[in-house]
Design a protein around this ligand. Structure first.
Ligand SMILES: Nc1ncnc2c1ncn2[C@@H]1O[C@H](COP(=O)(O)OP(=O)(O)OP(=O)(O)O)[C@@H](O)[C@H]1O
Length: 707
């Protein structure tokens, strides 16, 4: 895919995207996280790029949402879905679900939805998802205890390029290697000519180094796994909890991760731990051993009666020395015992092995002295030996672990990607469960092709013929954008065919019905499930939902609204038109004429449209064809509140709220004029006591005006 061919991707963004490992895959899969990892590409922009790439793939001109209200409904739906995603990735990825008029795009999104609706969002999976995030590249790795050495300038620059983590040194000969070995724990010689040389220190000859990066720098693969350790563990848990097919052996990956520290060091190796502890404790244990010997020896001296011969005393006094020789002669056994105790303390305290113990034993001298003092150079040698053993061991363990894990990197990345994708599906599944959704059935509008999207291949669902099916049929629809808790929402049935008016009492739910239709149509064209028992609809080219205007428009705004409707009524767009109380734009008489004209033009073009209006009668009178009117009917007034059946009654002009109230007044006034025994209270029930006319007459007169 030519990156710059994607709308909105300029040369600079294309350059950034080209830095990704596989930008085409990321674009193809709508992998927003991967796109957002390109330099300078924010997550929001990544979502827009992914959407544009999807549109380009489906040759989709976009612009399905034709009005502000349509876009608002889409935004609300998206937020409801995003609120059900655990990861930021899934929230962004959901933005790539946009309403499209293209059958291929709708089918592509529906495939994800179909799989999503099989998923069960258990608490355990959702918990595990909290720690999943797109894998991160580890920062620069720097290994200071190992270096590469060569005599060859060309090999030198190749090695520098291949191993930025290590120092690379030029040496003249074996002496140069030996010198390096004094400064580095391990020196890796790259030249064959060094094979078989005998140099002190850990010097390895590896002419194959450039082909074996894991052997030479095991830290490199390990850095990826340690950087992403928590996320990988969480991705493993997501796979286990959701029975997802894993791309690798989860036990092997987990045990590898268990052997790794957060900083890339090897964990859980007893020998390595022993060496590390011994190094940490060395100074303290030496001092403690020395103190022990001195305390023991002091006690022995205090308890001892020393008989000193006169000649010895003389020699002591004359030479001012010789107490040590006296000590070794008189207290040799006690000294040996004290030094033995010190050596044992040192060896056991540091859990040294035999070879280390042999060195450690020399830390306390055989020759008697008081106080007993350790040999600093022997302790230094012991430290060097322990450090070298630790470096060797750590290197071996790292190489082992790196060899196990390096081959799992691609699978580990897939593991995380799958876990993130599952979050997208679970968000859809949770939305579907919360709003009792069903997958809508598209009754295809392609001429001569009754195939359905989502219905039985090649035939219309339940025998419905594309020619005779209504444009939209909603059964048990529950508007997700209604500001009511789901259990307080009355399900609505509504069938829309052609261009129609929707009448009804105030607050009967006309606007909410338009919202429901808009939400259902938007979700269906996003390839998502709809909040209804069932929905059948034809594929629309766009959604033009005009919300009610607040108050009468001034001349300029009125003119531009009429222009908008001119575009709608004369354009080639096969979109769905929803309009709420357009009459509020100007005075009622003029409004009815304008609405009638728009309806005529739309009907001539076989459009699908619903116009909510309180002027249904006036519009019908003016319109040049028989405009169908549906009605949301009040079933009565209880305690001053309207009882409403929210489902529009087809081909029925609903009575208005004023009519219902006048009817109620007329009924009440009529029954007040009749006495308990059913006879008239006065000779003339329509005559009031003071001789004026009865209010019931007045109410009847008003009622008669409603026809
Ligand atoms: N299907 C429904 N289930 C439950 N409550 C609903 C439903 N539809 C509407 N309502 C309630 O009725 C209120 C009024 O609805 P809505 O604004 O859609 O009526 P309307 O007929 O457009 O009113 P108006 O004629 O005044 O513009 C909503 O705020 C909501 O509380």
């Amino acid at each position: 895919m030519e990156l710059e061919a994607i709308p909105g991707v300029g040369a600079k963004t294309a350059e950034s995207l080209a830095e990704l490992d596989d930008p085409e895959r990321a674009l193809r899969d709508g992998d927003v996280a991967e796109l957002a990892s390109a330099p300078g590409v924010t997550p929001g922009r990544a979502a827009r790029i992914a959407r544009a790439a999807i549109r380009a793939k489906h040759d989709d001109p976009g612009g399905f949402l034709g009005t502000d209200r349509a876009r608002e409904i889409h935004r609300e739906l998206l937020s409801l879905l995003q609120a059900r995603a655990v990861t930021d990735y899934a929230a962004r990825r959901l933005e790539t679900f946009y309403p499209s008029a293209r059958r291929s795009r709708i089918e592509e999104a529906r495939a994800v939805t179909a799989s999503a609706m099989e998923r069960e969002p258990t608490d355990a999976v959702l918990d595990a998802l909290h720690d999943v995030e797109p894998v991160a590249e580890p920062g620069d790795v720097r290994v200071r205890e190992r270096c590469l050495a060569t005599t060859d300038a060309e090999r030198y620059s190749a090695a520098r390029q291949a191993f930025p983590e290590l120092s690379v040194e030029i040496v003249e000969d074996a002496r140069g290697l030996a010198e390096l070995a004094r400064g580095y724990a391990t020196v890796i010689a790259l030249d064959e000519r060094f094979g078989g040389i005998d140099v002190e220190g850990d010097v390895r000859v590896r002419p194959d180094a450039l082909d074996e990066p894991v052997e030479i720098v095991p830290e490199r693969p390990l850095a990826f796994f340690s950087r992403n350790r928590d996320c990988l563990r969480a991705a493993v848990a997501v796979h286990r909890e959701s029975d997802l097919d894993a791309p690798c052996d989860l036990d092997a990956l987990t045990s590898g991760l268990d052997r790794l520290d957060a900083d890339g060091a090897v964990a859980g190796d007893d020998e390595l731990d022993r060496l590390e502890d011994a190094l940490d404790d060395l100074d303290d244990v030496v001092v403690a051993a020395e103190d022990l010997a001195n305390a023991q020896l002091k006690d022995a001296i205090v308890e001892q009666d020393v008989t000193i011969e006169g000649s010895d005393l003389l020699s002591l006094v004359e030479r001012g020395a010789g107490a040590d020789s006296l000590l070794s002669r008189e207290l040799a056994d006690e000294y040996d015992a004290a030094v033995d105790a010190a050596r044992t303390h040192l060896i056991e305290g540091l859990a040294l092995d035999d070879a280390e113990a042999e060195v450690a034993a020399r830390a306390f001298p055989d020759e008697a002295t008081f106080p007993v003092a350790h040999e600093a150079d022997v302790v230094a040698r012991l430290r060097e030996d322990l450090q070298a053993a630790m470096d060797r061991r750590a290197g071996e363990r790292k190489r082992d672990l790196a060899n196990t894990l390096a081959g799992m990197r691609a699978d580990a990345e897939t593991l995380v990607r799958q876990a993130l994708e599952i979050d997208v599906e679970l968000a859809i599944a949770r939305f579907a469960a919360d709003y009792d959704c069903a997958l809508p059935v598209f009754v295809d509008d392609d001429a001569g092709d009754p195939a359905t999207v989502g219905g039985t291949e090649g035939e219309a669902p339940d025998g419905v013929d594309a020619g005779s099916a209504p444009d939209i049929e909603i059964v048990g629809g529950r508007s997700p954008v209604l500001d009511e808790p789901p259990d307080r929402i009355d399900p609505v049935d509504y069938e829309i065919d052609g261009v129609r008016l929707l009448s009804g009492v105030n607050s009967g739910g006309k606007t909410s019905t338009l919202d429901l239709v808009a939400a259902v149509v938007a979700l269906a064209h996003m390839g998502l499930p709809v909040p209804a028992d069932s929905v059948r609809l034809r594929r629309f080219d766009g959604l033009h939902y005009h919300a009610k205007t607040q108050g009468t428009l001034d001349a300029g705004a009125f003119e531009s609204t009429v222009r908008d409707f001119a575009d709608l009524a004369t354009g080639a767009d096969g979109g769905l038109v929803l309009v709420d109380e357009l009459e509020s734009i100007t005075e009622p008489g003029a409004s009815a004429k304008i609405i009638a004209g728009i309806l005529e033009a739309l009907a001539e073009r076989d459009a699908t449209a619903v116009f909510v209006s309180h002027l249904a009668d006036e519009i019908r009178e003016t319109a040049g064809y028989d405009v169908p009117v549906d009605g949301i009917e009040a079933t009565g007034l209880v305690n001053g509140e309207l009882q409403v059946d929210r489902s529009p009654v087809p081909d029925h002009l609903a009575r208005s709220t004023p009519e219902l109230i006048v009817e109620k007044l007329a009924t009440e006034a009529g029954s007040e004029g009749v006495s308990d025994d059913g006879t008239a209270g006065s000779g003339n029930p329509r005559e009031s006591a003071d001789g004026g006319s009865d209010p019931a007459d007045f109410y009847d007169r008003l009622l008669a005006k409603f026809g």
